[in-house]
Design a protein around this ligand. Structure first.
Ligand SMILES: [Fe+2]
Length: 196
């Protein structure tokens, strides 16, 4: 008798269509960025980022082709998930610099609905992103803990990944001397509802 596996968690990935223009935009953004004034590691790990709690400048305001591409992939993701009347709004976008030995602890993006990453600069070996099964019972129960309860994606220039913001993820240590640069973003979803 076969064993069947149910209750999937959606993770979307694609290569961007407008790669050359997006890479040019990112090149301009990164070369104009004052790293000394704008980079920190507010999460207690070792990735340097432009992210700040509260108000700060969107990376995507400097990269309109990447913004457009993210919106298109987000819409595609929503259609695949059978959502046709949700408004998606990009709330935050920030740039990450992963140097040698940098990593990110497991975390979630608790204040949004869809999160994602775009890889601008990577060798492919400078730090996979790894997602963990959101079902605690599957991870720890004696019957199921041997099932693959995590999945990792190799970074690739031009790759975009979208995932539920509740999904725990981490970034493996960069064991190379190559600097990985990515853009992350958070998206909120709203139904068309009458508000009080
Ligand atoms: Fe994250």
């Amino acid at each position: 008798m076969p064993v069947e596996y149910f209750f999937p968690t959606p993770i979307y990935f694609s290569m961007v269509k407008n790669l050359d223009l997006i890479q040019q935009e990112m090149s301009n953004y990164v070369s104009n960025l004052d790293r000394g004034a704008n980079l920190a590691n507010p999460w207690g790990d070792t990735v340097q980022t432009t992210f700040k709690y509260g108000n700060y400048e969107h990376v995507l305001s400097s990269t309109p082709a990447l913004l457009e591409e993210i919106k298109n992939h987000c819409n595609e993701f929503l259609v695949r998930l059978k959502h046709f009347n949700l408004n998606a709004r990009i709330k935050q976008s920030w740039c990450n610099f992963g140097d040698q030995n940098s990593f990110q602890h497991y975390h979630i993006h608790g204040d949004s609905d869809i999160s994602g990453v775009y890889y601008y600069q990577t060798s492919g070996d400078d730090g996979d992103i790894v997602f963990r099964n959101p079902s605690l019972v599957n991870r720890f129960h004696k019957l199921t803990y041997n099932i693959d309860n995590s999945v990792n994606y190799k970074p690739e220039v031009g790759k975009i990944i979208l995932f539920p913001s509740f999904l725990e993820h981490a970034v493996y240590s960069n064991n190379t001397s190559h600097q990985r640069i990515s853009v992350s973003f958070n998206i909120s979803l709203d139904y068309n509802e009458r508000k009080l």
